[in-house]
Write a protein that binds this ligand. Structure first.
Ligand code: FVH
Length: 292
């Protein structure tokens, strides 16, 4: 049984605190707006009136708030209380924000683990819950058992920046899918077709396409791009049809336009006979510098 403090009781922080309580840990909670602690107090959590008091009580402090500026401002109010603790920051942010906060927390004598939660609050502690962690391996190993209360942990490596990098990469893939789905929905709605009617077909296509990702990843990693049956030139023409067809249907092409631009750029660079893996390097800033 561990003494855990949860700082931040939004939808996610509340779910995290409930999960620790459910596993029998001693849980102290704090939130900027104290009324959000009420249900947790009824479920056995102790409420701290200040961040300082909340940190005093624990070995492990989990921070989960809106963004890094909020996380940093909360920890700054009790910097003197950090020494000897482990801070696990489960707030969404960028790799450089993570490195900066890790250095600041370490500078106050505490260990720092960075985390990226890859599920919604209602899935926390369930079988699908999965959380990315990075930071000192020894700290992760020390708290792994306690953190299991939240879901399956995936430890990535020592550099604090790694969990947010993976987090942003995974979310980029997810938001790409959401953007495509919203565009599909707008196209269908332009002819008053219920989106739900076409969604099983969309699901079926996406399931099939997800299956090609491991092969695409290998090609990106190895830099070898075999000539495919579905090449970039053909897909660029298809994307152009989505743009033109969307305009005809009075659907804004904004979401698809940059995807077409990437493919078209690839074709202009002589990558038309290859498949999408050959386009990944065009997204790096150095590739843009080469073009100018
Ligand atoms: N909810 C989700 O689906 C996602 C799943 C993946 C991970 N994210 C990240 O988790 C972080 C917290 O998200 P959340 O869902 O708990 O967010 P809210 O319910 O909006 O609660 C926000 C909490 O942040 C506190 N807060 C905001 N600004 C400040 C500040 N300047 N100083 C102190 N606390 C602040 C807010 O406090 P209050 O408004 O209740 O007083 C809430 O506790 C987030 O990084 C997601 O990306 C969730």
């Amino acid at each position: 049984m561990s003494h855990v403090t949860v700082l931040g009781l939004g939808a996610m922080g509340t779910a995290l605190a409930e999960a620790f309580l459910a596993q029998g840990h001693i849980v102290t909670v704090w939130n900027r707006s104290p009324h959000k602690a009420q249900a947790l107090i009824e479920h056995g959590a102790a409420h701290a009136a200040s961040v300082q008091a909340a940190l005093y009580a624990c070995d492990l402090a989990v921070v989960c708030v809106l963004d890094y500026p909020a996380a940093r401002s909360i920890l700054e109010t009790a910097a003197g209380q950090l020494a000897g603790k482990t801070v696990v920051n489960l707030t969404n942010g960028t790799p450089s924000q993570a490195r900066e906060l890790a250095a600041w927390v370490n500078g106050h004598g505490a260990d720092y683990l960075e985390g990226g939660i890859m599920v919604t609050p209602e899935l926390i502690a369930g079988p699908e819950a999965f959380i990315l962690y990075s930071g000192p391996q020894t700290s992760y190993a020390h708290h792994e058992e306690t953190l299991k209360a939240l879901g399956n942990g995936a430890y990535i490596g020592e550099d604090a920046a790694l969990a947010p990098l993976y987090d942003l990469a995974l979310l980029a893939a997810m938001f790409g899918m959401f953007g495509g789905f919203l565009h599909a929905a707008a196209l269908l709605s332009s002819e008053k077709i219920p989106v739900a009617q076409a969604t099983p077909m969309i699901e079926s296509l996406l399931h099939a396409m997800v299956g090609v990702l491991p092969q695409t990843a290998e090609e990106i990693d190895s830099g070898t791009h075999p000539q495919p049956t579905s090449n970039n030139r053909m897909m660029t023409a298809g994307l152009k049809n989505i743009l033109d067809g969307s305009r005809d249907q009075r659907v804004r092409p904004d979401l698809i336009q940059p995807v077409w631009a990437l493919f078209d750029h690839g074709v202009q660079k002589g990558l038309g006979d290859l498949d999408i893996s050959a386009l990944a390097p065009l997204l790096t800033e150095s590739a843009h510098a080469d073009d100018t």
